[in-house]
Design a protein around this ligand. Structure first.
Ligand SMILES: Cc1cc2nc3c(=O)[nH]c(=O)nc-3n(C[C@H](O)[C@H](O)[C@H](O)COP(=O)(O)OP(=O)(O)OC[C@H]3O[C@@H](n4cnc5c(N)ncnc54)[C@H](O)[C@@H]3O)c2cc1C
Length: 413
């Protein structure tokens, strides 16, 4: 079995597809090493195991809106696209979404995934309850008020197999999406915070070269006050639908040009109806204190020639702080510096240390679901509560069933 981009061949010797909770518990206690997988959209071995991989797509489907309409509980095989579509039928919505709506709700939260927006935290911040089978095969339910919940919400799959997840929802809302082109660095950088805050969600696409930011995608909530006019900074409004990769067709992107529509059809860049089975790319991303965004951007501009041969496109987003112990945006309002690379793993393995040498000294933390090169020591240094997190993992999984190489390196040093 491989990940979505076919750059990771998993080490599992068995794949189990339990049909109910009893079968799931039996799989967990019957395996020396075991681990759940979602939609396999991660670009590294965070989800790997040398034992049994558990896929939850044969478990009973579940979707239940709370009586007060503030939460929804769904089964662990649910993707954001499925959940958002179902919520729309109830007049409800998720507060934010990733660039692709096809990621698993659980897998995205477990890896600290995020959308964009200075007031929008990572998706795990909206998780309010987890029902999971722990390392002893026991079904446990933990909620936001339970001690240690912030350790489990971005849990890297280390605490057990999540069987159901509850997330906070909001009344459905409409959005528009607009794209501006050619925002020069000199015009942008003194106003970066204002540009990031000028929409519910903002994404800046660049190659870090002298062309500056080639596309600014802004997603506005209908009815929000008038946003900063990017023409005042010299950018031009796009008059046709754009794809971040200029050579790509626009059939797979969500509607632009200011046409209002449901939030789940504007917040992701990729359209819910378009789901590539296989990805010819690799992604990396680093999150650091938003106060150091300009320093980090300047450092990457200095590497533009090194990035160029492998870079498909880079994206700059802002993410609000959250409380999860292992969240890359934990404890600080963050800027997220994303890279979509060409699918050239060997060449990328040589380039990533160069990128990290520029960003890690600025306090950058790599995205848990994307490719990175830094050492376990660097990772431990980035997370002040890592020892406490490891102790809790040990209590939930005393026989180390959910351990894999990445966790061993992280926790055992
Ligand atoms: C096209 C594309 C767009 C993306 N866009 C974004 C983006 O906008 N923002 C962003 O932050 N990231 C983004 N990502 C990265 C993505 O969110 C993460 O890689 C995330 O892990 C994907 O969820 P998944 O279901 O594929 O998880 P998987 O890759 O299947 O698993 C990831 C981790 O979650 C664990 N896990 C999964 N299911 C369970 C379960 N039921 N119980 C316990 N543990 C579980 C696994 O063990 C593993 O450790 C993108 C990736 C792709 C390919």
């Amino acid at each position: 079995m491989r990940n979505w981009s076919h750059t990771v061949s998993f080490s599992s010797t068995e794949v189990a597809r339990p049909h109910d909770l009893d079968e799931l518990r039996a799989v967990v206690v019957g395996a020396e090493r075991v681990r759940a997988l979602g939609t396999r959209h991660s670009f590294n071995r965070v989800g790997d195991t040398t034992g049994t991989h558990v896929l939850l797509d044969a478990m009973p489907r579940h979707l239940e809106v709370s009586p007060d309409r503030t939460e929804v509980t769904c089964d662990a095989a649910t993707t954001h696209a499925e959940l958002a579509n179902a919520l729309a039928d109830h007049g409800l919505a998720l507060p934010n979404l990733c660039s692709s709506p096809h990621l698993g709700v659980v897998g995205a939260a477990q890896t600290g995934a995020h959308g964009s927006g200075v007031r929008q935290p990572a998706l795990a911040a909206h998780v309010t309850r987890l029902e999971l089978v722990d390392g002893r095969g026991e079904l446990r339910t933990v909620g936001r008020d339970d001690p240690g919940f912030d350790a489990l919400s971005v849990g890297l799959g280390a605490f057990g197999v999540v069987h159901r997840v509850t997330v906070r929802v909001v009344p459905a809302f409409e959005m528009t999406q607009t794209v501006h082109e050619d925002l020069a660095w000199d015009a942008l950088l003194p106003h970066l915070d204002a540009v990031a805050a000028s929409a519910y969600s903002a994404s800046l696409f660049t190659r870090y070269d002298d062309r500056g930011v080639t596309q600014v995608w802004r997603k506005h909530r209908v009815g929000d006050p008038e946003a900063l006019d990017l023409r005042d900074l010299g950018a031009r409004p796009a008059t046709e639908t754009r794809h971040p990769l200029p050579a790509s067709g626009t059939q797979d992107v969500t509607p632009q040009l200011g046409v209002p529509g449901p939030s789940h059809e504007r917040l992701p860049h990729l359209h819910p109806g378009f789901c590539p089975r296989f990805g010819s790319e690799i992604q990396s991303e680093y999150l650091l204190d938003a106060a150091r965004a300009v320093e980090a951007i300047e450092a990457l501009r200095g590497l533009a020639d090194r990035l160029d041969p492998l870079l498909a496109v880079a994206e700059i987003r802002h993410v609000a702080a959250d409380d999860a112990w292992l969240s890359p945006s934990g404890g600080r309002d963050s800027v997220a510096l994303h890279f979509t690379w060409q699918r050239l793993p060997d060449e990328l393995a040589e380039l990533l240390p160069v990128v990290e040498a520029a960003l890690l000294p600025l306090g950058a933390r790599p995205h848990w679901g994307k490719q990175f090169a830094c050492s376990p020591r660097d990772l431990r240094a980035a997370y002040p509560r890592i020892e406490e997190w490891g102790a809790l993992v040990g209590a939930w999984d005393p026989d180390r069933r959910f351990r894999n190489d990445l966790l061993d390196a992280l926790l055992d040093g």
